[in-house]
Design a protein around this ligand. Sequence first.
Ligand SMILES: [Zn+2]
Length: 254
Amino acid sequence: MWKKIRIFVLLLVLGAVVQQTMIEQSDLDWSKNFYVAVYPINADGTAVVDSYISTLTKEDFEPIADYFSEEAKRFGLTMRRPFQVQLGAKVLRQPPAPPKAASAFEVIVWSLKFRYFAWKNSPQVAVKPKIRMYLLYFDPAANPGLSHSTALSKGRVGYVNLFGSKAYHRQNMVILAHEMLHTLGATDKYNLATTLPIFPEGFAEPNKAPRYPQDFAELMGGRVPISESKAEIPKSLLQTLVGEVTAKEIGWVK
Ligand SMILES: [Zn+2]
């Protein structure tokens, strides 16, 4: 009896997930803008990060909306603002960390846990968001490096590691923009082992001659290719472009 009930409940959950996935795929038509909520989190619990988070305003995230407006225009999209970014209240709980070097099964379990976390920890914003990004801020003085950020297209949620300091804000916007496109199905376009952008799809201007050095990073390629063996982290969104393949993946180009 209980076993039957359990299977029935599991089937219901599965049905809901399948339905949500179908809705998510069909709503990539860009007839309406995507409302995004960004939720800051003090990831290392320091006073430095707390005071940094308290300075954040909605205006700090406007460059992302402006950037995507410009990029969408280059691909012939007529809508004025493809993304609207809303700053939500600080979230006090820590989301489950993505597993390192995990099996496919562990990743699925984590993604379900993370989506459950998002469902429980989404402070209200003016317009119900379709995309929720959790911004985990760390004190750069205490953390020399950041772990990988990651985002899920199923459920459209992002786990974004950032430095909680004004000096890093413009670079943070590049990471956030990259992760936002993951929630819409864009894939990484760099070599995971070397971090070098993959030619041609990870290059902002693959037809440039000579090929190196490039002036821009493709947003999902991650870095500005300087030579065949060297690429640099872009300083701000002004140094990045959305490439043709990424634009196709997110439905900007049919
Ligand atoms: Zn990525």
